[in-house]
Design a protein around this ligand. Structure first.
Ligand code: R5P
Length: 266
């Protein structure tokens, strides 16, 4: 692994504890102006400094994030589909590696859709991206997406997806939490982070999800809706940090959340 690639990886996964809180705000690339992300700048600004990295598209980065931010950027570089189109899985590479470098990204993210008719296409896209990333020192985060046609999220399926992503060279894999999650991590030779998924009924449930994932081997979260769809996103991201970086129990983190939530946003 080149020095540049290692250095960029260290800006995603913090060397002090080997953990990360990635903030995902890329949802508009197929969902449009989804709830609480209608005005990305308004959503991102209050919580940006508490994120270890920010994951988003080049369009939102350029238009909604000031260039003097200290938060490292992971750029989503796959897409080309929409929630109303024939298949979410039919993704291509949307953003060049040159653009990622120009935007000073510390990593690029691409979704793979294993088990769909587009698995070959998306897996070969991952391989190409890794080859380019290795050449230039840019880590690649593979997202094991499920799409609307693939509801399966058990350990057997997710372990398959994560392992394939790692075999093709991904440097980090993002997947979903599931029962027997430790089996997913055990079969994947690169660090695994979890997505939060749709907003859960309450913040304690999301903190439990993060804590369970960490306990079973995840190095962190790449979480979106369970942070910024909370009525108290600033309190929530700090609570998630407590779980990820301080090994707080969900209850301890929820107490922190409750004590901080007196300042709602929006
Ligand atoms: C998934 O592919 C999206 O790009 C999101 O980045 C991801 O789902 C994480 O966000 P959330 O925690 O809202 O699921």
């Amino acid at each position: 692994m080149s020095w540049g690639l290692k250095n960029r990886l260290a800006r995603i996964i913090k060397p002090a504890d080997g953990r990360t809180v990635m903030l995902a705000v890329d949802h508009g690339y197929f969902l449009g102006p989804t709830s609480r992300l209608e005005d990305p700048r308004k959503t991102i600004e209050p919580i940006l400094n508490d994120a270890d990295t920010l994951m988003l598209t080049r369009g939102v980065l350029r238009n909604c994030v000031d260039a003097d931010t200290a938060t490292p950027i992971v750029l989503r570089v796959s897409g080309g589909t929409s929630i109303i189109g024939p298949s979410l899985a039919d993704e291509g590479i949307t953003t060049s590696m040159r653009e990622a470098v120009r935007l000073n990204a510390v990593g690029v993210a691409l979704s793979i859709f294993v088990g769909t008719q587009y698995e070959r296409q998306t897996l070969l896209n991952l391989s190409k991206l890794v080859s380019k990333g290795e050449g230039i020192g840019m880590p690649v985060l593979a997202v094991t997406a499920v799409g609307k046609e693939l509801k399966k999220r058990d350990a057997r399926y997710l372990a398959l997806c994560c392992r394939i992503a790692a075999e093709l060279g991904a440097h980090i894999v993002k997947t979903y939490y599931c029962e027997d999650f430790e089996k997913v991590v055990a079969g994947c030779p690169v660090p695994v982070v979890i997505a939060g998924g749709p907003k859960l009924d309450n913040e304690l449930d999301a903190l439990k999800l993060a804590a369970d994932a960490i306990k079973r081997g995840a190095v962190g979260v790449d979480m979106g809706r369970n942070i910024w769809q909370s009525d108290y996103p600033m309190a929530m991201i700090k609570a998630v940090r407590a779980v990820v970086h301080q090994n707080a129990t969900p209850e301890e983190a929820y107490d922190l959340f409750a004590s901080l939530k007196s300042e709602p946003v929006g």
